[in-house]
Design a protein around this ligand. Structure first.
Ligand code: SAH
Ligand code: SF4
Ligand code: F3S
Length: 457
């Protein structure tokens, strides 16, 4: 009788890069003959792919370990892997706080996951089944992990593709430059090959991702840019939609802006975090843009692609933020006319320059500002969604809706569109007319053919 295969579960806590890494760790485990399970409770190996961006995100690791270290219903023991940015930032410290962890592996070293699991399994257990040691790798190797990963098994209409990693910008609040290292771009040809394989496996939409995706290629010095990559991928038959995220305002180059005018497959959506509307606070954040230069960048993009939907990230309660600074942030929401945006309370990250700045903002003030900012963002999103009523466009169906028969898809502007289309399935691209707009979604009805000219093919 053959042994039961080992079941694994990978849980993502972070950004799109973290989701991509989770998928790739799954590829590594599958290549070893392990099988995926949706349930962490049933799994033999659980990978917790953590995020360190805010304190709350990091704390989730320890609450999950507490639950997973208890024996399974069938008495079995789970092997627990702490991966991702908390693993990178805290390293061996995780094992001191949570001894049940078997493997600690950073985001640049996870191609070694199968070896680390073998190393951990070789550590002797005591009489109670506990291991007093663990396998750890938080190196930042010079040779990027990508070349050492197995082929992608991704199935599905929409896929992420990591094109660059790391950050050289050192915003004073942020841990990413420490957890992901410096900016490193993947070779152009490797990306084209990975995109072609994704499309051959059924992807119709690819989102190019990186902590600073629009810095792609800059450090390679060979004239390879994100705009060139997008143009090259646009030639792949069968690929219908290209997106990219996250961009830094400093690297919004002319050729990338022109791509929005010239490449129909490039979707009219740009996530461009601003963080604050106050130039004084932006300087303290080391953002390398001002309120004015940021708004000027949006104007240039809008001139190239008038229907573009903007989104942004905001931090409220950065050290020293006054009511006047915050009001400048509120004002920029209206000026930028965001289609949507994400907002966060400033969270102290140990070791970053802002953690040691004077005038930390009290928690109740942060909460009050966050509520006001979110109200402004929601009002802007509602206005954007209402203004799109009557548009004829296409949506890519992504998941079932709440009511029977309903499906939810994404418009080119990344709105969630709820639609009732008999016979359609997840992954279909269907022609619709937008019929109603809400705070964070639109409603749509199917139309027989697409007649509207302004819609990207
Ligand atoms: N590279 C991207 C964003 C990476 S992190 C950029 O440059 O914008 C995603 C978002 O988390 C950031 O845009 C920021 O808004 C938020 N963030 C990062 N550090 C934070 C902190 N210490 N406290 C609160 N929010 C933070
Ligand atoms: Fe963090 Fe700033 Fe780098 Fe974005 S650009 S990852 S916010 S340091
Ligand atoms: Fe979080 Fe690391 Fe991404 S800190 S936001 S998972 S790069």
């Amino acid at each position: 009788m053959s042994a039961k295969p080992t079941r694994y579960h990978v849980k993502s806590f972070g950004c799109q890069m973290n989701v991509y890494d989770s998928e790739r760790m799954g590829d590594l485990l599958a290549a070893e003959g392990h099988v995926a399970t949706d349930s962490p409770d049933d799994a033999d190996i659980v990978v917790l792919n953590t995020c360190h961006i805010r304190e709350k995100a990091a704390e989730k690791l320890y609450s999950d370990i507490g639950r997973l270290r208890k024996p399974r219903a069938d008495g079995g023991r789970r092997t627990i892997v702490a991966a991702g940015c908390v693993a990178q930032a805290e390293g061996a410290e995780i094992g001191r706080r949570a001894p049940a962890v078997d493997v600690i592996v950073g985001p640049l070293a996870y191609h070694r996951l199968p070896d680390l699991l073998r190393e951990a399994a070789a550590i002797p257990e005591d009489a109670r089944g506990a291991r007093w040691g663990r396998a750890i790798d938080t190196d930042m190797p010079a040779e990027p992990k990508f070349t050492q990963l197995p082929a992608r098994r991704h199935q599905g209409a929409s896929a992420f593709l990591t094109v660059q990693e790391g950050c050289d910008k050192f915003c004073t609040f942020c841990v990413v430059p420490y957890t992901r290292g410096g900016e490193v771009s993947r070779p152009f040809a490797d990306l084209v090959a990975e995109a072609e394989a994704l499309v051959a496996a059924g992807a119709v939409e690819i989102t190019l991702i990186g902590q600073n995706v629009n810095a792609y290629g800059l450090e390679l010095g060979g004239g390879e840019t994100l705009a060139r990559l997008i143009a090259t991928l646009a030639d792949i038959d069968g690929l219908k939609r290209i997106r990219y995220t996250t961009s830094h305002p400093r690297d919004m180059s002319d050729d990338l802006i022109a791509a929005h005018a010239e490449i129909p497959k490039l979707m009219p959506y740009l996530h461009l975090p601003v963080q604050s509307g106050s130039s004084r606070i932006l300087k303290a954040m080391n953002r390398a843009h001002t309120r004015e230069s940021y708004l000027a960048t949006l104007d240039r993009v809008r001139a190239a692609r008038p229907d573009i939907a903007f989104s942004g990230d905001f931090i409220v309660g950065f050290p020293g933020e006054t009511e006047a600074d915050f009001e400048a942030t509120l004002a920029i929401v209206a000026e930028a006319r965001y289609a949507q945006a994400y907002s966060f309370k400033y969270s102290i990250r140990p070791g970053t320059p802002a953690a040691a700045m004077p005038d930390q903002v009290p928690e109740p003030v942060k909460e009050e500002r966050l509520a006001r900012l979110q109200a402004a963002i929601t009002a802007g999103a509602l206005a954007f969604n209402l203004a799109s009523v009557g548009r004829r466009t296409e949506i890519l169906l992504e998941r079932p809706g709440r009511k029977p028969g309903q499906l939810i898809g994404k418009t080119p502007w990344l709105q969630s569109a709820v639609v009732d289309v008999p016979g359609a399935k997840i992954g279909d691209l269907i022609a619709v007319e937008i019929t109603a707009g809400h705070g964070n979604s639109v409603e749509a009805r199917p139309i027989p053919t697409l007649q509207h000219e302004s819609v990207p093919a």
